[in-house]
Design a protein around this ligand. Structure first.
Ligand SMILES: [Zn+2]
Length: 319
């Protein structure tokens, strides 16, 4: 791990610490594997302390905000070797395997249709190929399959793919052609160097292709209440995600924040569509991190979403 004093996105030194968090190893830190029924945060803390930090004492993480680009991130940062350790450890843990088997993604068609319908507004002419990077079983591609597009998944783990979707390898070393559409869903929040990562992915995008990026709205509440610091390392506002895309040489066609279905529940997410081509100014105004951190903004979001309001009322009345 490495402690940094410049922003990982724009290299600014204007870094403000929003919050300091201290994490302790789980009670079973000396076990060879976590108990089969441990919780997700306990399991991640076990991986962090056992295989990355290799210590039994507490670890401190600063939640930092870049004053220039609005990027919120955990500090210290993971290095490439740490990330490899994380994924290789997860893939061998019985507890992680059991959790995945016990709760497969639900209503996958709903999410796939949402992504397909949004991308239909920004189609490259006669587009043919669609890639879901980190796409697991390929569920997000089901509507593209129906539309007879050539669909592929690149992922660290080779899952049983849905019909019509091809496994294209663990990384870009295998497919040689470029893609017209690339989906990157709930990935950038895990990546220590998001600009470099996006740059690399966009080299595999055709000249007039589009890339769809979906991340949690981490700048809202998530950054202030994480249970473990191994899973998410970036907490986006619209402003910060926009800046990541620009720094990666991409132009933003669409940017919006919605309360939407992901794999098991609804979550506030930022959706962005980018292209390598020059585009005009973004039509909708960008919400900055200060707007998104503001309670009035949160109230406004809640008012726009009746189900959140109902949930809140129920909590107040019942509990
Ligand atoms: Zn920055």
């Amino acid at each position: 791990m490495i402690k940094i004093n410049t922003c990982p996105v724009c290299q600014s030194q204007k870094i403000e610490v929003l919050k300091n968090d201290s994490f302790s190893p789980p009670t079973f830190i000396n076990d060879d594997v976590p108990p089969i029924d441990c919780t997700y945060p306990e399991e991640r803390l076990w991986i962090l302390f056992k295989n990355i930090l290799k210590t039994n004492t507490k670890a401190d993480f600063a939640m930092s905000l870049c004053g220039d680009c609005g990027f919120i991130f955990t500090n210290p940062r993971y290095e490439l070797g740490d990330i490899e350790t994380k994924y290789s450890t997860v893939s061998a843990l019985p507890s992680a395997k059991k959790r995945k088997e016990n709760s497969p993604p639900k209503h996958t068609e709903k999410r796939a249709a949402r992504i397909y319908n949004l991308l239909e507004k920004y189609p490259p002419k006669n587009y043919q190929s669609v890639l879901d990077y980190g796409g697991a079983e390929g569920y997000n591609l089901s509507q593209f399959v129906k539309a007879k597009k050539r669909c592929g998944v690149i992922d660290q783990v080779h899952e049983n793919l849905i019909s019509g979707v091809e496994f294209l390898g663990k990384d870009f070393s295998e497919p040689s052609h470029k893609f017209d559409c690339i989906l990157l869903c709930h990935t950038l929040e895990h990546i220590p160097e998001p600009v470099e990562y996006l740059k690399e992915i966009s080299t595999h995008l055709s000249d007039d292709g589009v890339i769809y990026i979906e991340v949690p709205l981490g700048a809202w509440k998530e950054f202030s209440r994480i249970k473990e610091p191994l899973t998410h390392v970036n907490f986006f506002s619209e402003e910060a995600l926009f800046n990541v895309a620009k720094k990666a040489g991409l132009n933003v066609l669409h940017l919006s924040t919605n309360y939407q279905w992901i794999t098991h529940y609804n979550l506030w997410c930022i959706n962005m569509v980018c292209t390598k081509k020059e585009v005009g100014e973004l039509v909708n105004a960008l919400s900055t991190k200060s707007q998104m951190l503001n309670r009035k903004y949160q109230l406004l979001m809640a008012l726009k979403e009746p189900s959140i309001l109902l949930k809140w009322l129920k909590k107040k009345l019942v509990g």
